[in-house]
Design a protein around this ligand. Structure first.
Ligand code: NAD
Length: 425
């Protein structure tokens, strides 16, 4: 299948924000977005940068750089995760915040987009150091965060514990318990059943919808998954329950191949007892992360980080379908090659939106003070993901564009219309 897509605005774009904007530009052109809306939507509404002094275990004070970007809050409070990594920088956070705006709009939840991060190496920090840094970040963002304003969630290297610290610090500063200020909390603090698995579950649901459109039978299809954290491991586990054979896995330490398919439950248990890595998992042949991406498989799930499928390796990709568990795993310059090769891509802003969908359900439950069963959470999330896929698919058919550009069209149209209705005074 090949698509009519306008030529890229620039072929030298590489950083995540510019990669995102290149797709935005294509979709905006197809939509005929007026200049005023274009200018409003391309600019983040708020950028906050902080320096966080933290007392380290050795008694010295280390200063960490933290960011929070609110890209757009037209549809509701801004929503988006917090990432701890040495790679965190403003361009990345800006791109991730904008992706959250489009993602929430694609799945039709009443949120805008935001994102945050701290430039740090969490693996080298003690639990006490992480707690002090997280609390310092929360205190510095007390006027940014809020259940009606901006609601953080987990992202790379943050999870339930960090969310519990954020909720506690924010609540202390406000003087009362505010569970709805953050999602991805532990269950006992108002977390939602199904949240931990939600992103991987959405990957599985959209992969199934895509396979149905493409006439691929999941049973016996082969699949490679890059990244074996929350998203990668759960996607692999749930895709295996649908009959797919997961022949390759990877994490930051390298890739692993098993032609007979991995037992994912065992791989998860191994990772959990092996310092978070699947390195050394019995029966696995070691391959590189790039080998994994270019394997001859039916389905490829990049679920680690940005810019993994690039102009350099796109030509070597052999998968029929890519389902983007990670945010921004495919660079703008790889899109055209994948399109030409007829490789279908369920884009990040659709494929991994299951997480924010159940985050929304968590926030709804916190505000209601009434908690749903896991069955109800999953049923509603699955319905949202299936309907969103169908809307993107129909839009792609209508405009003869890739699923990625179709997802941007759906999202930008929605946010731009809201912008018009709300007006600029
Ligand atoms: P995580 O920290 O739980 O796991 C990340 C995994 O990727 C780890 O296994 C790590 O070893 C691996 N990894 C890191 N760098 C790698 C590299 N260069 N090559 C191969 N593997 C590498 O993070 P996560 O929450 O699973 O997030 C993964 C991606 O999914 C990110 O892009 C994140 O923004 C996105 N995402 C996460 C959620 C969520 O709910 N957690 C929701 C939507 C999108």
């Amino acid at each position: 299948m090949s698509y009519i897509e306008p030529a890229p605005v620039s072929s030298t774009h590489l950083n995540p924000f510019e990669s995102m904007m290149s797709r935005f530009d294509v979709a905006a052109k197809i939509l005929g977005l007026d200049e005023s809306s274009y200018n409003v939507l391309k600019s983040p509404q708020k950028i906050v940068m902080v320096h966080l002094p933290v007392i380290m275990d050795n008694g010295k004070v280390q200063v960490f750089e933290g960011f929070r970007v609110v890209h757009n809050a037209n549809l509701g409070p801004s929503k988006g995760g917090i990432r701890y990594s040495m790679d965190v920088n403003l361009d990345e956070v800006k791109a991730l915040a904008a992706w959250m705006t489009w993602k929430c709009a694609v799945v039709g939840i009443p949120y805008g987009g935001g994102k945050g991060g701290i430039k740090c190496d969490p693996k080298s920090m003690s639990k006490g150091e992480l707690e002090r840094m997280t609390r310092a970040y929360t205190a510095s963002m007390v006027d940014v965060f809020g259940p009606e304003k901006d609601i953080p969630a987990p992202d790379m290297n943050t999870g339930q514990q960090e969310m519990a610290w954020i909720m506690d610090e924010y609540s202390k500063l406000k003087g009362y318990s505010c569970p709805a200020v953050v999602t991805g909390k532990p269950l006992v603090l108002g977390g939602s059943l199904g949240r931990v698995e939600a992103t991987g579950r959405g990957v599985m649901v959209t992969a199934r919808s895509a396979m149905a459109k493409m006439g691929i039978n999941p049973v016996g299809s082969t699949c490679a998954v890059q990244g074996f954290g929350n998203v990668g491991s759960i996607s692999a586990k749930l895709l295996a329950t649908q009959g797919l054979k997961i022949v390759a896995l990877s994490d930051i330490n390298g890739g692993y191949y098993n032609a007979d398919g991995f037992d994912i439950e065992k791989a998860i248990a191994y990772r959990d007892s092996n310092n978070g890595t699947i390195k050394g998992f019995p029966g696995a042949k070691e391959i590189s992360n790039n080998d994994l991406l270019t394997l001859e498989v039916d389905v490829l799930v990049p679920a680690a980080m940005e810019d993994q499928i690039t102009a350099e390796n796109a030509n070597d990709i052999k998968a029929k379908l890519i389902v983007e568990g990670a945010n921004g795993p495919t660079s703008w310059m790889a899109d055209e090659t994948l399109n030409k090769k007829g490789i279908m891509v369920v884009p990040d802003i659709l494929a991994n939106a299951g997480g924010v969908t159940v985050s929304y359900f968590e926030w709804v439950q916190n505000r209601l003070g009434y908690y749903w069963t896991e069955e109800r959470v999953n049923r509603r999330a699955d319905r949202t993901m299936k309907q969103s896929f169908e809307q993107v698919y129909a839009t792609a058919q209508k405009h003869n564009v890739s699923w990625r550009i179709a997802a941007y069209i759906v999202a930008i149209d929605k946010v731009a219309n809201t912008q018009k209705l709300r007006g600029v005074f």
